[in-house]
Design a protein around this ligand. Structure first.
Ligand SMILES: [Zn+2]
Length: 285
């Protein structure tokens, strides 16, 4: 039995832990019910990587054995019902750059050399083309537009959140696919919780600038030692609702990467000697 620690405050029965063929992964019922996508968020369990990467490392540039990483991709995509040889990988550098993913990108980053960089968000309307982004405390954002059959997946760490990566992704979907925010289903995935996420004054100041005074206290908690606790889940919720996502179309995780070291990689727990978790999202065929 896998022990799992949940936080208060998730929504909509936000996220479920599942197992298949020994691979553990999370799924959002909200996206499952849409019936137009396959999706998931990986855990450490069910792969073949060793040592600090054990077991299901999906990072291709962390120093892990490439054969092991490839086998991990085959195992997780098999469980999520996606074609492993067509996955399209981001190249995350805490930007708000979003790539419009086309058929010719199939396999990029895993079986084919990447010909782009500094891409923290991926959007597409091509079926059977799995989008993949990477995590170890930062926030995964999932977007599904059932009306225009388009999807988006973005990486929103503190920098991405200050720069409103969620809103940028929605705007890219508007421009490319005529998506309307009121149609889009959005999910905030497993990442670091407020209690675990201590930041210094410099980061806190950025959030004070980026949010209204009345929102500040929802996002930042000042500690007696002058440090702050930052709530990236709440910050992204505010951003997504302001961008026009309906409350009933938004699922928010209650799973923290740092609170669950047996299940998830956390940069704050493990530092750089660790694997990467990944978010997967794919329009069905
Ligand atoms: Zn936590």
């Amino acid at each position: 039995m896998i022990e799992i620690k949940r936080k208060q405050g998730g929504t909509l029965q936000a996220i479920e832990l599942k197992e298949s063929n020994g691979v553990y992964y999370f799924q959002f019922p909200l996206l499952e019910q849409s019936d137009i996508v396959t999706h998931g968020f990986s855990t450490k369990i069910g792969g073949v990587s060793k040592g600090a990467y054990a077991e299901m490392n999906l990072g291709v540039s962390r120093g892990d054995d490439p054969e092991a990483v490839l086998e991990n991709y085959k195992r997780i995509t098999n469980v999520l019902h996606m074609p492993w040889e067509r996955v399209v990988l981001s190249h995350q550098t805490h930007t708000t750059n979003i790539r419009v993913v086309k058929e010719e990108d199939a396999g990029t980053g895993l079986v084919k050399q990447r010909n782009y960089e500094n891409v923290d968000g991926l959007i597409t309307n091509v079926p059977n083309l799995p989008l993949v982004t990477f995590y170890a405390d930062c926030v995964p954002l999932y977007f599904v537009d059932p009306v225009h059959q388009a999807i988006g997946l973005s990486h929103s760490g503190w920098r991405g959140t200050v720069n409103r990566m969620g809103q940028c992704t929605i705007e890219a979907m508007k421009t490319e696919y005529d998506s309307r925010p009121e149609d889009i289903l959005a999910c905030i995935g497993p990442s670091i919780c407020q209690e675990c996420y201590e930041v210094g004054e410099e980061v806190a100041k950025e959030f004070e600038k980026a949010f209204l005074p009345e929102q500040r206290n929802q996002v930042l908690k000042e500690k007696p030692d002058g440090k702050y606790l930052l709530d990236l889940w709440k910050a992204n919720e505010i951003i997504l609702l302001e961008a026009g996502i309906k409350k009933e179309h938004l699922a928010i995780t209650d799973i923290c990467t740092k609170c669950n070291p047996n299940l998830l990689y956390s940069h704050r727990v493990m530092g750089n000697r660790r694997g990467n978790l990944a978010a997967f999202l794919c329009l069905k065929k």
